[in-house]
Design a binder for this molecule. Sequence first.
Ligand code: HEC
Ligand code: HEC
Length: 274
Amino acid sequence: MVTGLVAVCANILHQNVGRELIAVPVRIRIARPCAYGKHAGGAAVAAPVENNKGCIDKIMKIISAVTTMVFSVFCLLAVAGIAHAKGGDAKLGKDKAALCAGCHGDDGNSMVADFPRLAGQYESYIVKQVRDFQSGHRANNETMAGMAATVASVQDAKDIGAYFSSKKMAKQPLTDVDKKLVAKGKKLFEKGNPLTGVYACINCHGARGKGKSKDISVFPRIGGQHRDYLIKELKDFRAGRRANDPAGMMTAIARKITDKEIMAVANYLSAQLP
Ligand code: HEC
Ligand code: HEC
């Protein structure tokens, strides 16, 4: 389990910290049997001087990895919290989602681009967004904040999330797609932009933006989402209007992409239907 989570986090943090992350647990293990550990254990006799020097060296290395640790602990907690969460009940969620359906559609396939598709989205991502709107952590839409405030409990959010998640995404995009832009967007999505340091979206959002897996639901499904909603979110991240992304992962990327790239990738993604 723990190894799995570490692997997941290594993946998440690949961009920021790369192999550093893997190195951290190893360093801690090396440090344990040294003088640092003996003092902590209450032993009266200090380790020989040359051992101490080696230990200080190792401890310094650990301190230098503190930033990495902060990132990884944050990430582990986020992933572990989501992995351990008990799921919602889609049947109960259907009734609880009556209000939501007014904008997001009965089956999570809204007919207006302002309202994102929730059909087939990960349950825990939906729950996170509702809670982020409630707490003000996601503050890029007042209407939705008001709607989130009507969700009375985390269990209700989970049931609603389970309901929408169980629905299939509609096979039609709302907007016509421009084939040239789709090709450009596909390239950015799959390869990133090495010239400007844009990390390829596929690394986090999975092939065709369909997500990685239910257990890695920190990365939402974005393939088949409405074009204009995608454009709005990318611009919101870029401008700092939306800042609820774990470890600023999405903001860091959005800051590096141009309006043209946003248009292209949103065209591509809106065409990635089931
Ligand atoms: C009056 C219309 C309206 C209603 C009703 C509504 N929403 Fe929303 N919702 C929105 C809008 C608009 C957004 C997009 C916010 C933005 O611009 O980022 C949104 C976004 C969301 C998101 C984020 C999706 C994503 O991909 O990040 C979730 C989750 C969500 N709504 C859940 C709900 C739930 C649950 C309910 C019912 C309790 C609900 N909504 C009711 C308008 C509505
Ligand atoms: C390092 C991982 C990572 C990469 C690479 C990445 N994203 Fe994201 N993205 C995230 C995370 C995490 C979130 C969810 C933020 C949250 O919890 O609210 C997200 C959210 C989004 C959203 C909002 C989805 C919604 O339903 O509201 C869009 C749109 C998006 N990403 C597009 C992209 C595009 C386009 C690229 C490539 C240019 C990209 N992402 C690359 C991690 C990443």
